[in-house]
Ligand binder design. Structure first.
Ligand code: BEZ
Ligand code: FE
Length: 290
């Protein structure tokens, strides 16, 4: 493509795109052309004042300044704009019957301890006890042996261990489990609670200004890997949570709603190894062959 002439309001996008004609990376050139076209169309539709344009620049600057090794404000921005879930949807189109994915979120840690099946991941005995169990299967129904199940959850006050260092024990409410021949898994935790995404930065301010709350409905995170199957990054949600239809990051899908049954029968309480009523969550996961 050759230079499209001088820059005018009418030709702006095509002039900028043609300036990138010698890009050495074809994918980058394609992405920049699409972005430029849509960005210029948006600016033409918005017709921002110069003050509004500068406000946008200040917002993006503050978003960058909020980022540290453990705080990624740009990913949070992508989350609340629905872009993270859109990228997830595009990259995780599942065959029929396979469990659906959702956002990873910022609170996964790579070195959580591998625990014996059935272990209690709650290390501080706080919260209402919960038994989670199910089976990992392939789409043809075969139980998957040697599946690795990495789980993590917030506590009953809505905080992850990494947000409360020195208050919660390290690795509280996280663990890695491996299935045996029958593909089943089970572990103990506590009933999770809704919590706000980190909202003390520009993204939180944006939500406030837009009249949006920062809450995510109560959930448990899973990363499930099994030989010869696609990795599954997902959650299960409490369907009775007050924020179940308004997740701040759009992560809820109907198939990810689990059942949290409150068990009060003394015989079942004793069998599960608890000394008071507990929540029972039965949820199977189906992995797609890779
Ligand atoms: C989470 O579920 O841990 C999460 C996901 C997206 C943004 C913030 C938190
Ligand atoms: Fe979470």
């Amino acid at each position: 493509m050759t230079e499209q002439g001088f820059f005018t309001e009418a030709t702006s996008a095509e002039v900028v795109i043609s300036r990138n004609a010698k890009a050495s990376n074809a994918r980058l050139a394609e992405v920049m052309a699409i972005l430029t076209r849509h960005l210029h169309a948006a600016v033409k539709e918005i017709e921002p004042t110069e003050a509004e344009w500068f406000q946008a620049i200040q917002f993006l600057t503050a978003t960058g300044q909020m980022c540290t090794d453990w705080r990624q404000e740009f990913i949070l921005l992508s989350d609340v704009l629905g872009v993270s879930m859109l990228v997830d949807a595009i990259n995780n189109r599942k065959p029929s019957g396979a469990s659906e994915s959702t956002v990873l979120g910022p609170f996964h840690v790579a070195d959580a301890p591998e625990l014996p099946m059935g272990a209690d991941i709650c290390l501080d005995q706080k919260g209402e006890p919960m038994l989670v169990r199910g089976t990992i299967r392939s789409t043809d129904g075969t139980p998957l042996a040697n599946a690795k199940i990495d789980v993590w959850q917030a506590n009953d006050e809505g905080f992850y261990d990494v947000q409360q260092k020195g208050i919660q024990p390290d690795f509280n409410l996280r663990g890695v489990f491996r299935t045996g021949a029958d593909g089943s898994y089970w572990f103990k935790g506590v009933k999770p609670k809704y919590y706000p995404i980190p909202d003390d930065g520009p993204v939180g301010q944006l939500l406030k200004t837009l009249g949006r709350h920062p809450y995510r409905p109560a959930h448990l995170h899973y990363i499930i890997e099994a030989p010869d199957h696609a990795r599954l990054v997902t959650h299960i949600f409490d369907p009775d949570d007050p924020y179940i239809t308004s997740d701040a990051v759009f992560g809820v899908k109907e198939s990810l709603l689990a059942k949290f049954d409150r068990i009060t029968d003394p015989a079942q309480i004793a069998k599960a190894g608890f000394d008071k009523p507990f929540f029972l969550v039965d949820h199977d996961f189906i992995l797609a062959p890779s």
